[in-house]
Design a protein around this ligand. Structure first.
Ligand code: NAD
Length: 295
């Protein structure tokens, strides 16, 4: 039976640490960290993500502002809003919730966020800093996965790691972070032939494909560490409601795995904790104190 990579409890530990640090620093400085979450339109999942990130930010002692912009906003108007927060010295973190309407260029928006306030590592400058192992914010979800593994004392050095998925926000930076921890990394994607050939050899598999139940027991070796990033809303047909399912077929993988993260309660809470962690580091950096971001 696999041991659980419990994201809820790990995220709680990370938040406790953040809260403690803020309560030590903020009274001396005179103001707490402030994060601003920008949402365009009213996609239900985006509203839920923004609300929970904002609520958690407040819980750790940050000021949090949600800016909701109408669905038909132009790219220029959105860039102006971003620019206003970029120049507000009391704002330390800025996150634009994706996806954006299709007429807005996501890369232009990412590039407009001040790299020093970029809590989700969207800006190409921060993506470059990540690739080079320089200090800076890290993409929230992959950083959350690393925090979760390290929380349970799991070392990645020397392990064969397979990442399934190569998106700019999850799969690709996940590969980079694992590489920086001395794993030997293979990234599989929709163009990969015979994915089981790679996953069967892996000591650690991180699945971020957005395909419910993609990784099955037949695709892994006993003792594997499995991290499930997937969030899929699946209609099970049983009660007419949709349920959240991961990318891992838990029933067949769990009996073989040494460690496994559940969905929900795995990577999801870690992603939020990781955004807050970045917010704290950017606040510290803005104050000129040591940033704890490493490679
Ligand atoms: P995406 O759609 O941008 O990318 C999916 C990637 O998976 C692509 O690179 C594609 O090549 C690959 N892929 C798709 N089908 C595949 C298949 N059958 N075999 C191999 N590779 C395949 O998605 P994303 O933004 O990277 O998110 C991936 C999943 O993670 C989604 O379910 C998303 O909801 C979830 N997610 C969860 C969190 C969290 O906090 N837990 C955060 C971000 C994303």
């Amino acid at each position: 039976v696999a041991q659980l990579l419990d994201g809820k409890s790990c995220a709680r530990a990370v938040r406790t640490r953040i809260r403690r640090e803020i309560s030590q620093i903020a009274p001396q400085i005179g103001y707490p960290p402030q994060v601003v979450f920008i949402q365009v339109g009213d996609i239900a999942a985006s509203t839920a993500y923004v609300n929970s990130k904002s609520a958690m930010a407040q819980k750790v002692g940050m000021l949090s502002t949600i800016v909701r912009l109408r669905d038909n906003i132009s790219e220029d108007e959105l860039l102006e809003v971003i620019s206003a927060y970029n120049s507000d010295p009391l704002v330390h973190g800025l996150l634009v919730q994706l996806p954006l309407p299709q007429w807005i260029d996501t890369l232009a928006v990412a590039s407009a966020i001040d790299p020093a306030k970029d809590v989700d590592c969207f800006n190409p400058i921060n993506v470059g800093r990540l690739a080079l192992g320089m200090a800076g914010p890290r993409p929230a979800t992959p950083q959350g996965v690393i925090m979760l593994l390290e929380h349970y004392g799991l070392h990645m050095g020397g392990l064969k790691a397979v990442v399934v998925g190569r998106s700019n926000l999850v799969g690709k930076p996940m590969g980079v972070l694992l590489l920086q921890r001395n794993a030997t990394v293979t990234v599989c994607h929709s163009g990969t032939h015979d994915i089981p050939r790679y996953t069967k050899e892996a000591d650690i598999v991180v699945v971020a494909a957005g395909k419910p139940g993609l990784l099955t027991g037949e695709m892994v070796k006993p003792g594997v560490i499995v991290v499930d990033v997937g969030i899929n809303y699946v209609d099970t047909g049983e009660d007419g409601q949709s349920h959240v399912k991961g990318d891992v077929d838990y029933a067949t993988v769990e009996p073989l795995a040494a460690w496994i993260s559940p969905v929900p309660g795995g990577v999801g809470p870690m992603t939020i904790a990781s955004v807050l962690w970045n917010g704290l580091q950017l606040y510290r950096a803005a104050l000129g104190s040591d940033s704890e971001q490493g490679s």
